[in-house]
Design a protein around this ligand. Structure first.
Ligand SMILES: [Zn+2]
Length: 501
């Protein structure tokens, strides 16, 4: 089976082949940390977490970078409005973003570089552009000269002049040679706080937003890398400018594949700043409060129920129907736990091993059906990471297993070969669901502040250290106190685990 990926730059689904055999580099535009993240900010990370899981499953060694824009006009304005320092506000919002991602099960990001910590890299990149005559300085500002880039606009098929004035770059028209030129470096203004003023060959100032991404992507993934992602709204001018900056500096192609995820709609309305209800909408869609209110896996499930290029409808109706769907999966695993007397979250892939066994008709049918569905699941994922199609297959697998349990009345009349087949089929279901980052842990154990699993793992680790140091009293104390708080430590095949009662 071969993976095909829709590439925005060609407008076609292309065969995916990495630049370096066996390795894949991914860059996803991350948050500008000036306001709390909303549900729309979860879409890209959840999808790319699945993309990384799937590519890893296919045997690739994947490096995934998500930047943090902590130097930017809107952040400066917001810090001033709240009477706080830029760095303090940025750090707080970055932490909140990271906590939300963890709660959503997005744990595979390899590095989150901050713009403020890469000023030297950014300056070097701008110097290269000036050397190559692709950029020029005016009064401490440096602009990219779009007339020097013959193929500008190849991603979005738009003209540089379409970059409107007074947007995130706050460009001063008169200082630019042509209206489509955009800022790479912005001279510091006297009233601006010190923590956004950096020394440069052009005087004190700060980088533009676009150059932060080009410079950091190339630093961590090389001049040419495999996949660049982001929301559809970033295609122009942000991604177009990233390409222009990178390719004008190196003379080489920047990202091989461009993947753009669809935007979130709230009650079927596009989330737009021009909407009179925008602020109200933002408050109700704030990610940290949604994660307190809902099972985080539900939000992840809702996002993955759409193919990533389609818009995602977020409303009480879509949430309710996603919840119903997800419950089908939970119920299946509860049934399997009762029938097989095994923790379904510990079930492993073993269906293939059943092929050689003598099986009765029902068992053979279940095995064949699940193996067929597994092929369909992988075909859906190979078709431009079609998670919607993959989830539809999961429902079918759940249906097949449920029908098997019903037909043989296994909950009341257990028999060994059928139990073992149910367990093997359950293992396949869990394996496939986990390629989407679903069914990783029982819903009860999902934390709502994003930290509980790590803290409990830490207790387990400290207890192990105490035992190794023969401090059994301390080890027992940790176990007993956790038990008093409803956390049971269990000795499992792979060491000690925990379960919330
Ligand atoms: Zn970016």
């Amino acid at each position: 089976m071969t993976l095909r990926v829709h590439n925005t730059i060609t407008g076609e689904k292309e065969l995916f082949k990495p630049i370096h055999p066996g390795k894949v580099g991914i860059y996803l535009c991350g948050p500008t940390v000036y306001r709390p993240a909303h549900i729309g900010h979860a879409v890209g990370p959840v999808i790319f977490d699945v993309i990384k899981r799937y590519l890893t499953f296919k045997g690739f060694d994947v490096t995934w970078i998500v930047n943090v824009t902590d130097v930017e006009d809107k952040l400066i304005a917001e810090a001033e409005r709240c009477g706080r320092s830029v760095s303090e506000l940025a750090k707080e919002l970055e932490q909140s973003y990271v906590d939300c991602m963890r709660a959503l099960g997005v744990r595979s990001i390899d590095r989150m570089p901050r713009a403020s910590e890469h000023i030297d890299t950014i300056i070097e990149h701008i110097e290269k552009l000036i050397e190559r005559d692709a950029a020029y300085e005016v009064d401490g500002n440096v602009y990219f000269d779009v007339t020097r880039d013959a193929d500008y606009g190849k991603l979005s098929n738009r003209k540089p002049e379409e970059q409107f004035e007074g947007t995130r770059d706050g460009l001063v028209k008169s200082a630019k040679r042509s209206p489509g030129d955009f800022a790479l470096w912005k001279a510091a203004k006297p009233h601006e706080p010190d923590d956004v003023k950096f020394d440069s060959p052009w005087g004190s100032g700060r980088p533009g937003w676009h150059i932060e991404c080009s410079a950091m992507a190339m630093k961590y993934l090389g001049e040419t890398f495999d996949i660049h992602g982001g929301g559809l709204d970033l295609k122009f001018p942000h991604h177009e400018n990233e390409i222009a900056q990178a390719e004008s500096a190196t003379g080489k192609p920047f990202a091989r594949f461009w993947l753009h995820n669809g935007l979130t709609r709230f009650n079927t309305k596009k989330i737009s700043k021009s909407d009179p209800d925008f602020e109200k909408m933002m408050d109700s869609l704030q990610l940290s409060s949604l994660l307190k209110k809902h099972n985080p896996e539900l939000l992840r499930f809702l996002i993955l129920q759409s193919q990533y290029r389609s818009p995602i409808d977020f409303s009480s109706d879509t949430l309710a129907s996603a919840e119903k769907g997800l419950k089908t999966f939970y119920r299946l695993l509860e049934r399997l736990a009762r029938v097989t007397d095994t923790d379904p979250y510990d079930m492993v892939l073993q269906l293939e091993a059943k092929r050689g066994e003598a099986l009765n008709d029902e068992c053979r049918k279940l095995m064949n059906d699940v193996l067929d569905q597994r092929v369909r699941f992988l075909e859906a994922m190979d078709d431009d990471f079609n998670t919607a199609g993959a989830i539809a297959v999961l429902f079918e697998v759940a249906g097949v297993i449920n029908r098997f349990l019903d037909a043989l009345r296994l909950e009341t009349h257990p028999d060994e070969p059928s139990r073992s087949m149910a367990q093997a089929a359950g293992g396949s279901f869990v394996f496939l669901a986990r390629l989407l980052g679903l069914m990783v842990q029982p819903p009860k154990q999902q934390d709502h502040d994003g930290r509980t699993p790590e803290l409990l793992d830490l207790f387990v680790e400290v207890r192990k250290m105490a035992r190794e140091a023969k401090q059994f009293q301390l080890a027992d104390h940790i176990r007993d106190r956790l038990a008093e708080n409803g956390v049971v430590l269990e000795d499992r095949k792979d060491g000690t685990g925990w379960r919330i009662e």
